[in-house]
Design a binder for this molecule. Structure first.
Ligand SMILES: CC(=O)N[C@H]1[C@@H](OP(=O)(O)OP(=O)(O)OC[C@H]2O[C@@H](n3ccc(=O)[nH]c3=O)[C@H](O)[C@@H]2O)O[C@H](CO)[C@@H](O)[C@@H]1O
Ligand SMILES: C=C(OP(=O)(O)O)C(=O)O
Length: 509
């Protein structure tokens, strides 16, 4: 291997080790080598065998060099160009996974229309198929047909696929009625620090579910004689916990009241789907839901989830960072209002079309055209709140936009322990981002972007933010190992290329 190649790989190894908050000594122990050897590897001063590269890849959950087609995917971006044209927002990841779990409530055939074909969906499909559910993409479409078996084989669950998503936790609500005892692997997903499961367990206890955690699995036991006797008050207004309770309530032949429910977009989609299954729900879009469930659900149902507000925000950020005029079609406006109000305060101008309705017949959509122009930092910090606040998943895009704006932008992520930290990756492409503490970053704009080679941080939105910054940076950048981006976005590179970006998808060797 040439010296410069070794230096590049060494830098990537160092970055991946730091992502995992691992010391050189800890990595050395995992590799069965000395700390000095790790120092040399990271400095590009040690020849590396393929065997050693594979070991390092295993230790850091990040492959650096691979042979064959199944290795990690990387992106090569030639940046510094403006974008133009129109792009459609696809349907949301978060509704897709909720609906896939929701399909377990139904003995009949469920067809989900225009589903996002993303890695997160693929993992849940692997899990569903491992327990006996038949799923197939209908020809030449993104429509998915789901047919349940007479009996689920929960003991055969694909543990590896389940562990790669967090959303498998949403199997608890749909399964507890028919399965007195079952095991689920611990939920995985983006590495954002500890994410709570306790609110799920506390809420589902009202349906007789008791869960104990043992050696990497949740052991679930449900007592069918227990039913909610009073309102279920959620201790936090989480999206997936609300969905879990909704799904448990859907099969409870009676009335369930859920308070402090999340009214967010994916919850609304799940409610509209449950209504199509014959479940009556009062208060959709509010924080109190009253669910009139059914003991059996056996219908052939067809549902189209709505467009992804986080993808819409990502595309908006792409336009801002590249100073471009583009039209983003099918924006679910109700779920982007605070974001747009904040951008307006920063000086952003845009045009909106009149409203039309999503294929679910409910969600209001608009086409949004960005108008390039200078931005200024907001006067106050930017922080998320449960809907109808600024969406936590949109927060990273404000770090990117802050880097373009004149002045200091403070981003306060009070929710996730690790996500704000990943925003410091933007320094590699020239941004001035200072981590004040694990929850707050200060960004000084505007930025002179520069091309770089970066390992994708292990979190979806920060990963996309780095990619978008690379679109703005003149020269050629490389973003390595973009699985997390593919977890939530369908064909993002190809679709940005249709707007005039130059992004090449490649794998090693
Ligand atoms: C599949 C899916 O839909 N995923 C979304 C869902 O994940 P999900 O519903 O799994 O979110 P979590 O339960 O992890 O909640 C996120 C974090 O917010 C905290 N919290 C949440 C609500 C609250 O009122 N108080 C509070 O402190 C939780 O303790 C947790 O640390 O919601 C997250 C927060 O909107 C989004 O980032 C995810 O994209
Ligand atoms: C954190 C996210 O989602 P998940 O719950 O799938 O990890 C996200 O969508 O940014």
């Amino acid at each position: 291997m040439s010296e410069s190649y070794l230096t590049r790989i060494g830098g990537l190894i160092r970055d991946a080790r730091r992502h995992k908050a691992m010391t050189q000594a800890e990595l050395a122990e995992l590799l069965g080598t000395s700390q000095g050897a790790v120092t040399r590897i990271e400095a590009g001063k040690q020849n590396l065998s393929l065997d050693m590269l594979a070991k390092i890849g295993d230790a850091l959950d990040s492959e650096f060099v691979s042979v064959g087609h199944s290795g990690p995917q990387h992106l090569r971006i030639v940046g510094g160009k403006q974008l133009s044209g129109s792009i459609d927002v696809k349907t949301s990841k978060n509704a897709a996974v909720a609906l896939l779990c929701g399909s377990l409530l139904n003995r009949g055939r469920t067809t989900l229309r225009s589903l996002a074909r993303i890695e997160e969906v693929n993992r849940i499909l692997e899990v569903l198929s491992s327990i006996g559910v038949r799923t197939r993409w209908l020809p030449d479409s993104n429509d998915l047909e789901i047919i349940p078996p007479a009996q689920l084989h929960l003991e055969d669950i694909d543990v590896a696929a389940a562990r790669r998503t967090r959303t498998v936790i949403m199997f608890l609500g749909p399964l507890l009625h028919e399965h007195p005892n079952f095991q689920l692997p611990y939920a995985g997903g983006c590495d954002l620090g500890t994410r709570t499961v306790e609110p799920h367990l506390a809420a589902l206890r009202h349906f007789g579910l008791e869960v104990t955690a043992t050696h990497g699995f949740y052991e679930a036991r449900s007592d069918r004689s227990v039913n909610p006797s009073r309102a279920i008050v959620l201790t936090e207004r989480g999206d997936t916990v609300t969905e879990n309770v909704l799904m448990a309530a859907a099969r409870h032949d009676g009335r369930t009241v859920i308070r402090n429910a999340s009214p967010n977009y994916m919850v609304q989609d799940l409610c509209f789907f449950l209504e199509k299954l014959g479940v009556r729900i009062e208060g959709i879009g509010s924080t109190t839901l009253v669910v009139h469930g059914r003991s059996q659900i056996d219908v052939d149902v067809d549902y189209s989830p709505s467009e992804d507000p986080i993808e819409a925000m990502s595309l908006l950020a792409a336009a801002v960072v590249t100073d471009s005029r583009i039209t983003i079609r099918r924006v679910p406006i109700e779920f982007l209002e605070i974001e747009l109000a904040t951008l307006e305060e920063m000086g952003m101008k845009y045009d909106l079309s009149s409203e039309y309705t999503s294929a679910n017949g409910k969600t209001r959509l608009v086409d949004l055209t960005t108008i390039p122009g200078p931005l200024r930092a907001p006067t106050d910090k930017i922080h998320p709140m449960p809907f109808p606040g600024l969406n936590i998943d949109n927060l990273p895009f404000f770090a990117l936009i802050g880097a373009v704006a004149e002045g200091s932008t403070m981003i306060h992520d009070w929710v996730y322990e690790n996500r704000a930290i990943y925003l410091t990756e933007l320094t590699k492409v020239g941004a001035r981002v200072q981590l004040l503490d694990p929850h707050r970053v200060m960004i000084e704009g505007p930025t002179r972007w520069r091309a770089a080679e970066v390992v994708c941080p292990p979190a979806l939105r920060p990963g996309v933010v780095v990619l978008l910054a690379m679109l703005a940076a003149p020269g050629t950048s490389v973003l390595r190992n973009v699985y997390v981006i593919n977890r939530g976005y369908e064909d993002l590179a190809e679709r940005l290329n249709a707007l005039g970006a130059t992004i090449e998808v490649f794998r090693d060797i």
